[in-house]
Design a protein around this ligand. Sequence first.
Ligand code: C2R
Length: 160
Amino acid sequence: MSTSLKVAIIMGSKSDWPVMQKATEVLEQLGIAYDAKVVSAHRTPERLMEFAKNADKEYQVIIAGAGGAAHLPGMAASMTWLPVIGVPVTSKALKGMDSLLSIVQMPKGVAVATQAIGEAGAFNAGLIAAQMLAIHDPELQTKLKAWRKNQTESVGWEVE
Ligand SMILES: Nc1c(C(=O)O)ncn1[C@@H]1O[C@H](COP(=O)(O)O)[C@@H](O)[C@H]1O
């Protein structure tokens, strides 16, 4: 794995980690270094401010996952120019629809790249982060193309 950190994965609570861990799968397969931390806009607002204001010194992309009233991705995006990829974590009460709507419906002028609810969204957050980093990294582009080819070849015709 590359030694310089490129992707920050932040989440509103430790309880989000089983879902957010899916974001690390592609990053690990492609050798992209990441850091994962609990940062909550609601419960640790000062930690969020400190993190978001300094994020561009350490990272190139931020993945932010939260559930329920999921203000973390949008608030992080409001304090950094780095791209923020939002993951709506599945919630008990509303199955993640609350998370999705509160992440996706950003006001014009502050962007969050919102993914699907739950594990598929977290996985794809890692994937799209890798694709962003690959724009200026030919070596990573080669690895990504091989990863995609392998995925395509692994889909069989047979149902059993
Ligand atoms: N949505 C947010 C924020 C935030 O957006 O700042 N901080 C915590 N949370 C969410 O609260 C849910 C329940 O958290 P607990 O399991 O700790 O009670 C989690 O899904 C978390 O992302």
